[in-house]
Design a protein around this ligand. Structure first.
Ligand code: 5AD
Ligand code: SF4
Length: 463
């Protein structure tokens, strides 16, 4: 084979899938595959799928319909296009995918993607390949690190998976079935990965996991906690900012809460899904905490880091949810004062306990509750964004902005910030005074520089 085969990967769903897609790209680079954004030129297309809600899973089948035509077009040109379905739909549906969409050559789950080169070799010999066994070996031991050039192309902010899977078994959720039991990577391998990223110019790292604060990877003196891991990663030269997601309220242990007070690099923003504001629904969801316990965690975090802001996930229309239950969810949006939140209609997932219940909420009720909740969240988000006007934030500039001469970066609260600044400031943390809050972005002007180095640079850099 020559070295010019092309790979197109499309990622659905969460940040874990984005990370996994990058690891697949890095691994296939070693096999001579170059990434392409144009599926019509690809020799291998991988759909890295999400099974969290029905809509997410259905998207895969409509995409496969389009890919069927690409495969036929490739065949007419005498090329062979191989099609793989990876990720959580692959794990959940296995060979059923090939039955429903014969265009698919390979199906493999999130724990098996390190085997892609071998699986591909089998598919090239004409076999239909399905690999959804939970692997006994650790896939992270088999994955290729990104080259410095690939890391640079991905920007100054990177995700690093530190934990995978979930043992919580919330009654609505497929994750424990698709991603399997909780597994944490050892501290040393995470540190090595972040050092490598920092060496290639990454300034911000988000540690990710389905249940990231249940992290318990092996450290120098026994199992670590996420709090201790963050302290270690914060020492790595070049890393200016740290974040982690997604957390479970039950696992916000003391050393992690303390880290929010002790580590300036740990950004004052936390995604802490609540799912419902009603104690009855929380119990039926098997969330293992009450509304009051959640509010207590929020209070402890605010004590450690007074400027911290919170975001959340909510589900409306969980089986048996009454109007009163729903109002408890609405009221907590204002009580916590979220900076933003995602809200979803409950989607019954095959194999999960809540899907079996016979008190499912009618679709029309779900639609109506979702609209009311989204309006409450939008109101809160606008209040939060407007309160930012006039304040000066450290912004990590990431790339060119919307207009000529503009850069876009992120505030500590993850809001996109647009400001006039020269490209040389990409990758720098710079003080920006916010002048305007739009729907999805803040606008600002460079303020007094955040460091003496910036002070020296600034006069020449502002446009
Ligand atoms: N229906 C609707 N939303 C769900 N989520 C997880 N499972 C379901 C489901 N069956 C939401 C939760 C979770 C987010 C990632 O997706 O809010 O936090
Ligand atoms: Fe799903 Fe609950 Fe685990 Fe989150 S904590 S991944 S919602 S089972």
């Amino acid at each position: 084979m020559d070295g010019t085969r092309k790979l197109h990967i499309k990622s659905y769903g969460c940040q874990m899938n984005v990370y996994d897609s990058q690891r697949m790209t890095d691994m296939m680079a070693r096999e001579g595959f170059e990434e392409t954004a144009a599926p019509e030129t690809a020799d291998l297309i991988v759909l890295n799928t999400c099974h969290i809600r029905e809509k997410a899973a259905e998207k895969v089948y409509s995409e496969l319909g389009r890919i069927r035509q690409l495969k036929q077009a490739a065949a007419r040109e005498g090329r062979k296009l191989l099609v793989a379905v990876a990720g959580c739909v692959a794990q959940a549906e296995g060979k059923e995918i090939i039955r429903r969409a014969p265009v698919v050559d390979l199906v493999f789950g999130p724990q098996n993607y390190h085997r892609l080169p071998d699986l591909l070799a089998q598919a090239e010999r004409g076999a239909k390949v399905v690999d959804t066994e939970f692997a006994v070996e650790d896939k992270f031991d088999h994955l290729a690190p990104a080259s410095a050039a690939a890391t640079r192309a991905r920007g100054v902010s990177a995700f690093v998976t530190v934990q995978e899977g979930c043992d919580k078994f919330c009654t609505f959720c497929v994750v424990p079935y698709t991603r399997g039991a909780e597994v944490s990577r050892p501290v040393a391998t995470i540190v090595a990965e972040v050092e490598r990223l920092a060496g290639a110019g990454v300034r911000e790292v988000t540690l990710i996991g389905q249940n990231v604060n249940a992290y318990h990877g092996e450290g120098p003196d026994g199992p670590s906690t996420l709090g201790r891991l963050l302290r270690r990663v914060a020492e790595i030269p070049g890393i200016a900012r740290l974040r982690y997601t997604t957390s479970h309220p039950r696992d916000m242990e003391a050393s992690l809460i303390a880290a929010h007070g002790d580590l300036p690099a740990l950004m004052p923003q936390l995604h802490l899904p609540l799912q419902s504001g009603s104690d009855g629904i929380l119990a039926q969801m098997h969330r293992r905490h009450s509304r009051a316990e959640y509010l207590d965690v929020i209070a402890r975090l605010r004590k450690a880091r007074p400027d911290i802001a919170f975001t959340s996930d909510f589900i409306v229309g969980f089986p048996g949810e009454t109007e009163d239950d729903f109002r408890a969810t609405l009221s907590i949006v204002d009580e916590v004062g979220y900076a933003g939140a995602f809200s979803f209609k409950y989607s019954p997932r095959p194999g999960t306990p809540a899907a079996e219940r016979d008190d499912q909420v009618e679709e029309a009720v779900k639609v109506e509750r979702l609209a009311r909740l989204q309006a409450a969240i939008d109101r809160r988000q606008s209040i939060f964004n407007e309160q930012c006007v006039g304040r000066t934030f450290d912004v990590l500039f990431e790339k060119a902005g919307r207009r000529d001469g503009q850069l876009v970066g992120r505030s500590p609260y993850l809001q996109p910030v647009q400001a006039m600044a020269r490209a040389a400031l990409i990758g720098e943390v710079v003080a920006v005074t916010i002048s305007e809050a739009g729907t999805n972005s803040l606008f600002g002007t460079l303020a007094r520089p955040a460091s003496s180095r910036h002070r020296a640079q600034l006069a020449s850099l502002e446009t």
